[in-house]
Design a binder for this molecule. Structure first.
Ligand code: CDP
Ligand code: MG
Length: 825
């Protein structure tokens, strides 16, 4: 284990040297290309106007020529009929009226903060103003504008919109870049990317050479990446005095940012939404005549599920906000309402998202209200999927000739995404069930009615148990206002809050920033890989610093898995879990399957579970499994896809087996990338020599997975009919339903190693592999944590044997791949 740690450290050092030229390999990108843009790698995507060192007059000439081309194209478009129509639309947006003020402020200040209501044109217009003014001044090819978005789906949809507003295809002057995907061409000067992509660029280019403007969008969300980026950019500004930083927020509370950036000027774009009538639960009940009873809430999906959960795991102490909601309810005075409504309100259950009420209200709107789309804010994907099932069974809401029922969430496919923006046929009402993604990032133009369940799934972090949580919690007042604002885009609208007014009054003003409520491991690694000094010192300079206990937990965890040494120095540059698996995979000659597993863990889950075919999809996944391992199921699925690809039937194969063809292709490319990096390190000679007859031995592969995923471990306890799972920190835990182990009644191993755990009412484990005692003992890292209750003497002896064996293997000069390490059992 110690030796492997050293090999690991060596790889880390090697990669950090290499990273001067190249990005961290786990995040390398393979981009799509548009007609005039060639396929580009991650570095290529950020290829900037070439540096104008002395003697590069030729280059300056080329850039000047490109600039005048860009200007000619822009002028031609603006003079065309379509261009003029588009310009008229743009001029109608509130942001356009502030164009001169904004451009002057940017010219005169290094940092400018702009706020304005959602839909006023911040994201689509402000980057364009800058680009157009640079192009007009005939220096267009010299500028490079990066605009960050917190979510990949908004980066893609906004770049498409901006390109079409400029009468161009993506990849001309406008492009985008999200993880594993991007379109950019030679003349791209405005790039929309996720915040993560810009952070990764900072890894290899600390000064953002060649970038002229950085626009950080949606700062009001206070996402962890954005808060982190702001600290880094604040440090960078004095080193790059000519770099401009523009921060954009959908809410007015931007003073905090202004004081963080030494009193940077604030520009507010006045709003333009139509008035929205607000209905709280009491008004809804009065208007529709719906009666709440304990039974119609117990029948609710939400309530039923909560009840099931509480049977499976003891309910934790209720959160602060729930108790303040209960206090508010107790103190509320509903005497202005009829006795029936008072009675109905007294039955209202704050734990429950009223599925029956939503169904009733939607059918009421369809029957009685004027035309207009309806936007329903739900907590997350699972609620959306259950509500959709319920609504589809309804005689009106499930009738496609009357209702176009759509969903909107972060992982939806691009085809689904486009439907949301389209207008339905006459007489058909569009209903979109959405997560809080439609609160500020995505604007659906024709919305007139909004239903707000009052909750959102919030990632949070239980620092005491070191467990990330994803629980529905009450939103803030600011979020509620944003949701309400979505109804007044095109005409006066209506907003229905599915909770009483007194509950709204108990909401907090703002949501807690993500940096204060989520685990900090990956942030700590980023601080270290960017060489930003001491983790705690760096985080103390954040807009709002996280708690010391959370920082210490993160550092401790990184030390346990060997990613940081005792002095908090980075030992690996790649995601440590993946790096560890690759190295052991190479040493034990199991590289082929391990490459697939590691690549699979770096992309989005290739096993799809479409909302309406969950059961079929989960059964399809089962056919890949005999070994109590989701990771091995992935290996099989990939092998099958690879075979099918030979007959050009990859798509069919994916379609039949509920697999994402895009993820499969990404896995394929990442495998190549990982392999070439391992070759560069000298750890392997080539693909052929890193495989042998034992390469697919499932015991060896299990050992490697265990080595990578430790300390993600839980024990399996069998009872008569099935089994239960327990981790040391959380007690009882459950498996996600799409895990192959979730359908088993017995697991013939005492342990499961897992990739990720998350708390959604109960703690759930994603992707797991069953392992034996001996595998955990040999490959499960530190024994001092008490996970393995065996005689320490035996443990030491076995560790010693393992280390000797590996030492022999590593020092073996003729180590040509014929060496078989042997099976752990
Ligand atoms: O960023 P902000 O919320 O201020 O607005 P935006 O995303 O720039 O959108 C401005 C306007 O452009 C919206 O109100 C929509 O009318 C329009 N838009 C669109 O039609 N299609 C898109 N994909 C994005 C924006
Ligand atoms: Mg926006």
């Amino acid at each position: 284990f110690g030796l492997l740690k050293r090999v690991n450290a060596y790889l880390g050092e090697y990669l950090s040297k290499k990273s001067r030229n190249k990005e961290s390999f786990s995040d390398n990108c393979f981009s799509r290309s548009s007609s005039n843009s060639s396929i580009v790698t991650e570095e290529g995507l950020f290829e900037q106007p070439e540096p104008l060192a002395s003697g590069t007059a030729v280059m300056e000439k080329i850039l000047l020529r490109r600039s005048s081309l860009l200007r000619d194209q822009q002028q031609a478009w603006q003079e065309s009929l379509e261009g003029r129509e588009m310009l008229e639309f743009r001029q109608s947006l509130p942001a356009y009226k502030e164009k001169d003020t904004i451009l002057t402020a940017i010219l005169q200040n290094q940092v400018v903060i702009i706020s304005g209501e959602t839909g006023c044109g911040k994201t689509t217009q402000i980057p364009q103003f800058i680009l157009e003014s640079e192009i007009d001044s005939a220096r267009g090819a010299f500028c490079s504008i990066i605009c960050t978005q917190p979510r990949r789906i908004s980066a893609i949809s906004v770049s498409e919109r901006v390109a079409s507003e400029r009468g161009e295809k993506l990849g001309e002057s406008v492009g985008y870049k999200v993880r594993l995907e991007g379109i950019k061409g030679r003349d791209t000067r405005l790039l929309f990317c996720t915040t993560g992509i810009l952070l990764r660029r900072l890894l290899v280019d600390r000064n953002l050479k060649g970038v002229t403007h950085v626009i950080v969008d949606e700062i009001h969300e206070r996402g962890m990446n954005e808060d982190f980026l702001l600290i880094v950019l604040k440090d960078l500004l004095p080193r790059r005095p000519e770099l401009k930083l523009i921060l954009m927020s959908a809410t007015l509370d931007a003073e905090l940012f202004s004081s963080y950036f030494d009193g940077a000027p604030l520009i507010h774009i006045p709003g333009f939404t139509y008035p929205v009538r607000t209905h709280f639960l009491e008004n809804i009940l009065e208007m529709t005549g719906y009666r709440l009873t304990p039974s119609n809430q117990i029948d609710d999906y939400g309530q039923e599920r909560m009840w099931k959960m509480s049977k499976q795991a003891p309910r934790k102490r209720k959160s602060q906000i729930v108790s303040s909601v209960e206090d508010a309810l107790r103190a509320a005075d509903f005497k202005d309402f009829s006795p029936q409504i008072q009675e109905s309100l007294s039955c209202w259950n704050p734990d429950c998202i009223g599925f029956n009420l939503i169904e009733y209200l939607l059918s009421y709107i369809c029957e009685n209200e004027r035309p207009g789309a309806v936007l329903v804010f739900m907590t997350g994907w699972d609620d959306i999927s259950s509500l959709k099932d319920k609504l589809q069974a309804h005689p009106v809401l499930g009738d496609p000739s009357r209702v176009l029922l759509l969903t909107c969430h972060g992982s939806m496919a691009s085809s689904e995404q486009k439907l949301i923006f389209e207008e339905p046929e006459d007489g058909v009402r569009k209903i979109v069930l959405t997560t809080n993604i439609a609160e500020t990032s995505i604007t659906i133009n024709d919305v007139v009615f909004v239903l707000d369940c009052g909750k959102a799934k919030e990632t949070s972090y239980d620092a005491l148990n070191n467990t990330p949580c994803l629980l529905p919690s009450w939103v803030s007042k600011v979020s509620t206002q944003q949701r309400r604002g979505r109804a007044g885009r095109v005409q006066p609208g209506e907003c229905y809050h599915l909770y009483p007014r007194c509950v709204y009054d108990a909401f907090t003003e703002y949501q807690l920033p993500e940096i204060l409520r989520t685990p900090l491991q990956s942030l700590c690694l980023q601080i270290k890989s960017l060489k930003l000094g001491s983790i705690s010192e760096f985080l103390s300079r954040a807009l709002q610093s996280p708690k010391l206990l959370a920082v210490q937990n993160a550092i401790e965890y990184l030390k346990v898995i060997g990613a940081l040494d005792e002095n908090e120095n980075l030992t690996v540059l790649v995601e440590p879990k993946l790096g560890k698996m690759l190295i052991l995979g190479a040493i034990l000659n199991c590289l082929d399957p391990v490459l697939t597993i590691v690549a699979g863990l770096s992309v989005r889950d290739p096993f799809l579970t479409p909302l309406d075919k969950k059961d079929l999809a989960e059964t399809a996944k089962l056919q890949f499994s005999h070994d109590h391992s989701d990771h091995l199921a992935l290996v099989r699925a990939y092998e099958g896809w690879k075979e099918a690809e030979k007959d050009l039937a990859g798509y069919d194969y994916c379609w039949k087996n509920f697999l994402s063809a895009q993820s499969m292709k990404a896995i394929d490319s990442l495998r190549e990338e990982f392999l070439s990096l391992l070759k560069d390190t000298g750890l392997i000679d080539g693909y052929a020599t890193s495989c042998n007859d034992w390469s697919y031995d499932q015991h060896l592969i299990r050992a490697i997975i265990c080595y990578g995923l430790y300390p993600g471990i839980c024990s399996v306890v069998h009872n008569e009919k099935s089994f239960s799972l327990k981790t040391m920190e959380d007690g009882p835990v459950l498996l996600y339903s799409n895990s192959v182990n979730a359908r088993e009644s017995r697991i013939p191993y005492p342990w499961l190693v897992f990739n990720e755990k998350i708390k959604v009412n109960s703690v759930f484990l994603r992707d797991s592999t069953a392992v034996s005692d001996s595998v955990l003992l040999l490959f499960g890292g530190s024994i001092s944590r008490g996970d393995v209750l065996l005689n320490p003497q035996i443990v030491l002896h076995l560790h010693h044997e393992l280390i000797s064996a590996i030492r022999l293997l590593v020092s073996e000069d003729q180590c040509d791949g014929r060496f078989v390490f042997g099976r752990p059992d």
